[in-house]
Design a protein around this ligand. Structure first.
Ligand code: NAD
Ligand code: ISE
Length: 339
């Protein structure tokens, strides 16, 4: 039996997820789509799928067993609340939501429902290179992690981007992966803003973010969203007794009159193609059982707090502290955080 899925939002990643759900993965069927741009939804609809006029209609339809949310971050809250109210498992692209208050409303609704329904699209956790990096750190042979360097470079972003987005749309990945790799929570955030990239001097880009972790470890993050040359994601953990890094991705080595070189992924679709496939494989299994595993509403909340604090830190120029609510039992044991 295939899991019958409805997709909300048929833009860049919505289309890519529809492709993997229809052409790559098994045990799943896209039975419905919707978008505020109905023409876009119609052209994205796989054969036999129904085009719904609104997310509410898609989510409420008895033929839709589980929901995939790929709309803009600011629209996620209402769609998540509708899916939870309908008791349907939901995969929600990151960011979970775009404010602490919205994250708390979603968490309260899921906790009141009494079972996990939400998986957030933090796909780095499903990437084989990040999984191997975490295994090395968890193995303990390098001692305690002291510093993590996270580099997050996009070749370009859409014209419509504003200066908040590098912090509340892009940084959330680095916040989540730092928490996951180090098994720790972020307790404070600082931001430094260097000179702007000439390609988009209307944007605050790049930014350097310093995450203070509960253990005392520090994470420095470079966010550059108009680096031009490609999609370049790097990570290196400095521990007491050694250093562990993400490898460069294997790519054909081309030698010609310009020298010896390897291609860099164009964007997230190419760099994380296997990770997105794997996050959906795991989601399909859990959603088929009426629940969710992997990155949770709690993780989405934690990343949202980091984004909120980073935006405050831009204004204050100082260290912005983060206070988390107590972790509900639904999301497992609380990570120990030093005072
Ligand atoms: P996009 O602008 O290409 O597509 C978003 C689509 O959602 C548009 O077609 C828009 O019309 C539709 N939409 C917006 N609000 C809606 C609403 N209320 N109801 C129905 N449809 C609505 O953007 P995108 O790049 O596809 O990003 C979508 C989401 O996916 C964002 O949250 C983004 O952060 C996330 N994303 C995640 C990754 C990743 O690596 N995990 C990569 C890209 C995008
Ligand atoms: C996009 O939404 C993603 O999630 C990508 O992974 C990230 O690199 C990019 O900056 C975001 O805009």
């Amino acid at each position: 039996m295939s899991l019958k899925v409805g997709v909300v939002g048929t833009g860049m990643i919505g289309l890519d997820h529809i492709r993997r759900l229809t052409q790559v993965l098994s045990g799943v069927e896209v039975v419905g789509v919707t978008d505020i741009d109905l023409d876009r939804a119609k052209s994205a609809a796989p054969k036999g799928a129904k085009v719904f006029e609104t997310p509410e209609a898609l989510i409420a339809d008895p033929g839709v067993e589980a929901v995939v949310i790929c709309s803009w971050g600011g629209a996620h809250e209402a769609q998540l609340l509708a899916a939870i109210a309908a008791g349907k498992p939901v995969f929600c692209e990151k960011p979970l939501v775009t404010s602490e208050a919205a994250a708390l409303r979603v968490m309260d609704a899921e906790v009141a429902f009494g079972r996990r329904l939400v998986q957030v699209g933090f796909m780095r956790r499903f990437d084989a290179d990040y999984r191997r990096l975490k295994a090395v750190i968890d193995g303990g042979t390098l001692g305690a992690p002291l510093l993590y360097h996270s580099t997050h470079r996009n070749a370009s972003v859409p014209e419509a981007w504003s200066s908040e987005l590098p912090l509340n749309d892009t940084l959330v990945h680095d916040a989540d992966i730092s928490r996951w790799l180090l098994g720790d929570e972020v307790t404070g955030v600082e931001v430094r803003v260097p000179r702007r990239n000439r390609r988009r001097d209307d944007l605050r880009d790049p930014v350097v973010v310093l995450l203070h972790m509960g253990s005392g470890a520090l994470v420095d993050v470079e966010i550059s969203v108009n680096i031009g040359y490609g999609y370049d994601i790097r990570g290196e953990v400095s521990c007491e007794d050694g250093v562990a890094s993400l490898p460069n991705r294997p790519a054909t080595v081309v030698s010609d009159k310009h020298g010896i070189r390897q291609a860099i992924p164009e964007d997230w679709r190419e760099r994380f193609i296997e990770a997105y496939d794997q996050e959906f494989r795991e989601w399909i299994v859990a959603a088929g059982e009426g629940t969710a595993t992997g990155p949770s509403t709690w993780d989405g909340y934690a990343a949202t707090l980091v984004a909120d604090a980073a935006l405050r830190a831009v204004e204050s120029g100082g260290l912005e502290k983060i206070a988390m609510r107590d972790k509900p039992a639904l999301y497992g044991a609380r990570v120990a955080v030093a005072a």
